[in-house]
Design a protein around this ligand. Sequence first.
Ligand SMILES: N[C@@H](CCC(=O)N[C@@H](CS)C(=O)NCC(=O)O)C(=O)O
Length: 210
Amino acid sequence: MPPPVGKAMRLYVTNTSPFARVVRIVVLEKGLSSRIELVTARTREENSPYYAINPSGRVPYLVLADGTGMEDSGLIATYLDALDGAPRLSAPQSADPWAYGRLEARARSFTDGVSVWVREMRRPQDERSPTILKHEVARAERLGASWNEDVAHPIMQGPLTMAHLLLFVGLDFARDSKMADLEASNPHLRQFAERLRAMPSIAATHPAST
Ligand SMILES: N[C@@H](CCC(=O)N[C@@H](CS)C(=O)NCC(=O)O)C(=O)O
């Protein structure tokens, strides 16, 4: 496909992908909607035309004006966040980088696990692994309990970062997919999720709103 012409960049997403949602939130937070065309990719389909654009077949995927493509929510978010010369989401300047990095890694780990569970559940019932499903629920419950403490960290109580976004999209994905009601058993986590759910960029990117 030729480079984007109308808008300067093209962002491939799916409606439900939590990692694509992180980047869609970054686009709104950084006021980039007029520069980025959102395109729904056909993922996990045999012979999808999307594979000619992004050979990994994953979303999110950003195509720049010169046709260069990049995948991975962390990389794309860092790129978009830095475009205005004032990054604030992916490299919070005020925070201790290791304290921040630890939180971001744990948030990504949580959402990775929820994604594995959802992917397994999307397989035909006779192809699902009960072992994998159980393992991921247990992981989500352990991480949910640890996040119930970690959301009190000043970084998590402070301005929006990638750590907030990665944790939130996983929580919402688990909730919408009925994987586990982590917010019911973790009141601090529920408060955190409710605070973010009220933000316009987050509400606008819920699968039911797009
Ligand atoms: N580490 C990647 C993960 C991206 C990812 O796993 N995307 C999933 C949707 S949540 C996907 O595109 N799956 C399609 C496939 O596996 O073919 C990121 O952060 O962007």
